[in-house]
Design a protein around this ligand. Structure first.
Ligand code: LLP
Length: 418
């Protein structure tokens, strides 16, 4: 998976499974997200297999890529879902996902979102504050229901990742301080319409070592032991998402080693294990296909100006993230160092700095590892229609989202009458 075996060169031409990327660019235009069904399926099955006969549920983090075709494929494989909004819940339902395999995370769930989630009987609310618990108890009471809850505890563990995507430190907005969680579980009687069924954490994203996961799991296990000794019947332990992928030269743990380590550290408990992977399922199953509009050589730098931009893939601009950029045709052309930039009017609009490429105007480039937090973080900045998305399945291609039209971009806007 980490080497993207499903995107590979044949005779110096880059393919997605059995389909030449050039064929996709000709047919669907650029920029275009291209996904591999095999890569997604393989990653899911690797997670699932590694749990062996341990009672578990994989809840795909919808925010990583929320296209309903992707959610549908995962649902067909047996996946559950981790959602963070009413919109994501509707997507899961539309995609044929099972609400009873869905957990609801996030610090700011609204009353309407809670109501809808209770209506469809989701598996669990991952509650992140006492105020949220009070609100959920009230709405459940009004609806005559009992809301299943896991407290998301903040274990104060350093995930050693980019500060914007680190969530498990005590200064982050996420979760309930682990030191306070026990007290809240103990005051269950204050919340007669809440059932405490789980215990949850998520410490960050793009983690490349196992250690922080194990530290967090140890802290949760300690708490779990205390809760059990007080007679609370906790049914599942949710260890969140966060497993990193290889973008360039990182060496994150293999999926199977990560799962084995989690199973190992929790082998003495009877609870089922939930995880919420996003990036590690879809990140390396997708790329962003783009075409060079112009080459511009200035005395200071060479620019390859492409037709994809920060509105299509925001990660480089937002986190200074590195995505490998490969030419669709490897040629013997003169190699130069390029700044690969988009057409958006911001200096932060770049896809890659200092890339060595032998390219000419009109060439196609593939921005790799773009399946997660690519399209789902896309915007219409500069009134740019969002990219098309296609799913390759061996030699077959399915459009899973057509390119937005300009008209659609302002279809919801209105001019004042006078
Ligand atoms: N569960 C919760 C509660 C989360 O907040 C997240 C991600 C996940 C699971 C999935 O984490 P993953 O397995 O994908 O690491 N936009 C950033 C990543 C933000 C992650 C937010 N939370 C990026 O492009 O790197």
């Amino acid at each position: 998976m980490s080497d993207c075996p499903t995107f590979s060169y044949h005779d110096n031409e880059l393919f997605a499974e059995s389909v030449p990327l050039k064929q996709l660019a000709d047919k669907f235009g650029t920029p275009c997200y291209v996904y591999s069904r095999a890569a997604l399926t393989y990653a899911y099955q690797e997670f699932d297999r590694a749990f062996a006969n341990r009672d578990h549920l994989i809840c795909y983090a919808v925010k990583a890529n929320s296209n309903i075709a992707i959610l549908n494929l995962l649902a067909r494989l047996g996946s559950g879902f981790d959602i963070v909004s009413g919109g994501e819940l509707q997507r899961v339902i539309k995609a044929g996902g099972d609400p009873k395999k869905t957990v609801f995370s996030g610090v700011g769930k609204t009353i309407n979102e809670m109501r809808r989630a209770l209506e469809v009987d989701i598996l669990c609310f991952n509650v992140e504050s006492e105020a949220e618990l009070i609100a959920l108890n009230q709405i459940a009471q009004i609806m005559g229901k009992s809301a299943p809850v896991s407290l998301r505890v903040n274990p104060d563990v350093d995930a050693k990742t980019h500060p914007y995507i680190s969530t498990g430190l005590k200064e982050n907005k996420f979760g309930i301080p682990i030191t306070e969680a026990e007290k809240i579980y103990q005051s269950a009687h204050l919340y007669p319409h809440i059932r405490f069924t789980g215990l949850d954490c998520h410490i960050g994203s793009q983690l490349t070592t196992l250690d922080p996961f194990l530290q967090a799991s140890d802290k949760l296990l300690n708490l779990l032991e205390k809760l059990e000794s007080q007679g609370l019947a906790i049914e599942h332990l949710d260890l969140g998402g966060g497993l990193g992928i290889r973008y360039v030269d990182e060496s994150p743990p293999e999926i199977k080693d990560y799962v084995s380590a989690l199973c190992d550290s929790t082998r003495h408990i009877k609870q089922s294990i939930l995880i919420e992977p996003g990036r590690s399922l879809i990140g390396n199953a997708g790329l962003l296909l783009t075409r060079i509009e112009y080459l511009k050589n200035t005395p200071a730098r060479n620019f390859a100006i492409v037709d994809a931009a920060m509105n299509d893939l925001m990660r480089p601009a937002l986190y200074d993230a590195y995505h490998d950029i490969l030419p669709v045709f490897k040629t013997a052309g003169q190699i130069k160092t390029y700044q690969v930039v988009g057409p958006v009017c911001e200096t932060g609009d770049f896809l890659g700095h200092d890339r060595k490429l032998g390219v000419t105007q009109g060439d196609l480039l593939a921005v790799m590892s773009a399946g997660a937090y690519g399209m789902s973080m896309g915007s219409n900045y500069n009134t740019r229609p969002r990219a098309a998305e296609v799913m390759v399945d061996r030699d077959t291609v399915h459009v899973i989202r057509y390119r937005e039209t300009i008209d659609e971009l302002f279809a919801t806007e209105r001019i004042l009458p006078q």
